[in-house]
Ligand binder design. Structure first.
Ligand code: APR
Length: 389
């Protein structure tokens, strides 16, 4: 299908901008590109990454297309034609890698590079928009025959509104999860200083972790990562079969380690799977260190993936038998220590409890690790106590 360039205005030195829409008027999101932005963005490195992204999307498109021809094939075939064009213009611009110093040559080199960036950027945009446009027709999160990588890349590049079409459970937006505020009733001596930087970053939420619409929920998994009962079972049920398909490629997970996947039918964008220690009888230093590592490695994984809102269940306190009154101290001490050093990289940590007993435990212990300014007649300011780590 031919494209109609609806508006091309040369406004030097202002950027050249144009919008593309199909002649037949088929409804299709307009693609507005500012040439100068593309020209500026088009360095060799970004060019390769843009071309790579375009060809990744193209292969995803062609796989999707093979599975079910769609009315959006015009986008893919046009993108492929543009790609051939850009390959031609790329060879022109790269052939003249060491330009003579004539002014006229430099101007044509710049124009060639801009055209190259323009066509490459248009390809990436076309492939992405075609991928998104095909989403409603070809991505089935209930079927384990769907390609999990295509589904994952589609969901991660979709808008929030688009992603909500795929949720398999109810969702609770972050703004509906209040920041924790101390009730001021704790009589124990706080173990940390009051920190204004942290006071807006902690939430205590009692409910189902699978509903939280945030960057990542942490799963209390087992070493196989292939699902189980408890919160693990709830997360796999909510995500659908593609979560297990991706988990099966990870080669399991050791106790204390953390591995990240997509979240598929869940409102969260990612699931960070961690395996807690199994406790028989008393808690040894080994189990305490392993539980600390679950929280620490999950937070490190979130920050490495630039995720800013994370929810933890009460890891190991169910089937794995870790005494909740001891686990809460390890959890809060680890999160407090990590936030002291990385609070700019995280916006919210949600302690998601399921049982009333756990809610009471966290309510009692949070003021010790995240003390908040209290009115004058409350206890005096805290001094540094000994963490249980
Ligand atoms: N949302 C939030 N928390 C939940 C949910 C839920 N939907 N379901 C259970 N929980 C709570 C439990 O009440 C408990 O406090 O999660 C905590 C952890 O309990 P488990 O899920 O039993 O996890 P764990 O003790 O770490 O044992 C892990 O159990 O489910 C299997 O496959 C899992 O083998 C692994 C083992």
């Amino acid at each position: 299908m031919a494209f109609h360039v609806s508006k091309l205005t040369l406004r030097f030195p202002k950027p050249i901008s144009f919008s593309l829409r199909p002649v037949s008027g088929t409804k299709h999101p307009q693609i507005n590109l500012t040439l100068t932005d593309l020209a500026c963005a088009v360095s060799r490195r970004s060019l390769h990454s843009v071309v790579r992204q375009a060809s990744e999307n193209r292969s995803a498109n062609s796989r999707l297309l093979k599975s079910k021809p769609s009315k959006y094939s015009w986008a893919v075939s046009t993108a492929t034609r543009l790609e051939n064009f850009s390959a031609a213009s790329k060879s022109f611009s790269l052939q003249s890698a060491s330009p003579p110093n004539s002014k006229s040559w430099f101007r044509s080199y710049k124009i060639a590079l801009s055209v190259l960036g323009l066509s490459t950027g248009a390809i990436a945009a076309l492939h992405t928009s075609a991928l998104l446009a095909m989403s409603a027709e070809t991505v089935n999160l209930d079927s384990d025959r769907t390609d999990w990588q295509e589904a994952k890349s589609l969901l991660l590049s979709a808008s929030l509104e688009k992603r909500r079409e795929f949720y398999r459970v109810d969702h609770l937006p972050l703004e509906k999860v209040p920041v924790w505020t101390s009730t001021g009733t704790s009589t124990d001596q706080p173990r940390h200083e009051i920190s204004d930087a942290l006071s807006q970053k902690i939430s205590l939420f009692r409910g189902d972790i699978t509903k939280l619409e945030i960057d990542a929920i942490v799963n209390a998994a087992n070493k196989t990562l292939l699902g189980g009962g408890g919160v693990d079972g709830a997360i796999h049920r909510g995500a659908g079969p593609l979560l297990r398909k991706e988990c099966a490629t990870l080669g399991g997970c050791e106790t204390g380690e953390a591995k990240i996947t997509g979240a598929y039918g869940l409102p969260a964008k990612h699931v960070i799977h961690t395996v807690g220690p199994i406790v028989f009888g008393g808690v040894s230093d080994k189990e305490k260190d392993a539980l600390r590592d679950c929280y620490l490695n999950s937070l490190k994984t979130a920050v490495q993936n630039e995720l800013r809102t994370v929810a933890f269940p009460c890891i190991s306190t169910g089937v794995y038998g870790y005494p909740p009154e001891e686990a809460v101290e390890v959890a809060l001490a680890t999160v407090r220590k990590y936030l002291d050093e990385h609070h700019e990289q995280l916006d919210r940590i949600i302690f998601c409890v399921f049982l009333k007993s756990d809610a009471d435990l966290y309510q009692r212990n949070l003021p010790l690790y995240f003390p908040q300014a209290q009115s004058a007649d409350q206890s005096e300011s805290p001094t540094d106590g000994q963490d249980p780590l």
